[in-house]
Design a protein around this ligand. Sequence first.
Ligand SMILES: Cc1cc2nc3c(=O)[nH]c(=O)nc-3n(C[C@H](O)[C@H](O)[C@H](O)COP(=O)(O)OP(=O)(O)OC[C@H]3O[C@@H](n4cnc5c(N)ncnc54)[C@H](O)[C@@H]3O)c2cc1C
Length: 441
Amino acid sequence: MKKKFILEPAREIPVTREADVVVCGGGPSGFIAAIAAARNGAKTLLLEHYGFLGGMATAGLVGPISKFNFRGERIISGIPEEFVGEMAGRGGAIIDLQSGNVPYDPETYKYTALNMVEAAGVDILLHAHVVGCVTDPCQAGTLTHVLIENKSGRQAIAAKYFIDCTGTGDLVSRSQLPWKMRNKYDGELQPMSLYFRLGGVDTTAFDLLMAQDGVKYTNVALKRLLMEEVDAGRLTNFGGPWAVHGSTLRDGQLSVNATRFRGNAADGDDVSTAERSLREDVMRIVKIFTEKVPAMRDAYLIDTATQVGIRETRGIIGLYTMTLEDILQSKGFDDTVAYGGHPVDIHRAANSKQDVSFLQEPYAIPYRSLVPKGATNLLVAGGCLSATREAFASIRVQAQCMALGQAAGTAAALCARAGIGVAELNGKSLREELKGQGAIV
Ligand SMILES: Cc1cc2nc3c(=O)[nH]c(=O)nc-3n(C[C@H](O)[C@H](O)[C@H](O)COP(=O)(O)OP(=O)(O)OC[C@H]3O[C@@H](n4cnc5c(N)ncnc54)[C@H](O)[C@@H]3O)c2cc1C
């Protein structure tokens, strides 16, 4: 059908809230950014699309939380470590694995994240979808308001600083600041995957604590079964499978990452088709597993994730763009704000392959990769930082996104305190500030 357009009539929109810092998206990067901004004295508002926090960790059930350690040494501390420690205190996380991967219980995650955000004094608006922004007509790169839609209708929220933690760059893409889809680097986006969890499994038959350093892990027996399904034309594609303690840590339960859909998760049609198609695949996979795997004979589907997992979409074009070279030949930066240690981990969209390059040492991530070129009052953290697709294939995991959230939240609060633009903030001072707050930088 030929694309048709209409003109939306101009209308008055109420300005319903004001803040020093507005964080858009309450996933791993966003809720940590909000805590950091508030703890550093900024009047902070957190906007989240769902009725709970955690993003892909809770809505997507993706786990375990990777990666706090490199070869047994802590590389992420600060608020992210405090968070997983609080979850562990509630019996909802395993935090002492040598790998630094943290299996967790999603309900404990939702509750702990909300609890810590509230305790920091952050104002939270749940069920708020960020749909746009208003830019100062006299200053390109300066946002004045973010636009949201919720049950009350369309509203504007005024703020001095904004942080895009939507994972998909929803705010940046509605601004005039530069970004590009990650497939513009080499033509492919990593696939979407719908997680599911199984109960009633004889988990003594599984290696539940995957991803030891330097070991490429998938369940070989389950993989063979799914390959037979693909060869027989009953399943289009699959990944892994990884059937582990990730978003579950209880005996008898597994979280399973096995589905794959090729598409662009920033495209409304694609993501809708992915949801429908992958739900079908989950049912087929559960059937095969329960019929053919003795340890799963009595297994049942506990749940599927609230939404498909989105690995990559948009990234900003920042003051610094992380490259594969930065990951593999770790160099320090004056403005280092976090370290990464996850392998360069690329899931192929067209088949069941996974390309993994393990690292020799942890690498540094600079503040400048969170600053869009030309921005005066907008930062990003998590899924839309400035990185080539290969570099992002390592940085993209949760603990790193959380650490970047702490950096962005702290940076926005420091900028608000000093009344300066985000590109003017001295990276070395930010680093010292983060160090003082327990972050490893
Ligand atoms: C299939 C899959 C498997 C993965 N496996 C692992 C793993 O094993 N370990 C690991 O550590 N990481 C894993 N990851 C990566 C992990 O998901 C990311 O590191 C992490 O979720 C990124 O955090 P984020 O805060 O940037 O974004 P997200 O987690 O995507 O959070 C974004 C938040 O913003 C909200 N939001 C989005 N758009 C809007 C909007 N317009 N308005 C308001 N709110 C909005 C969302 O609801 C969400 O809460 C996996 C990812 C996928 C997809």
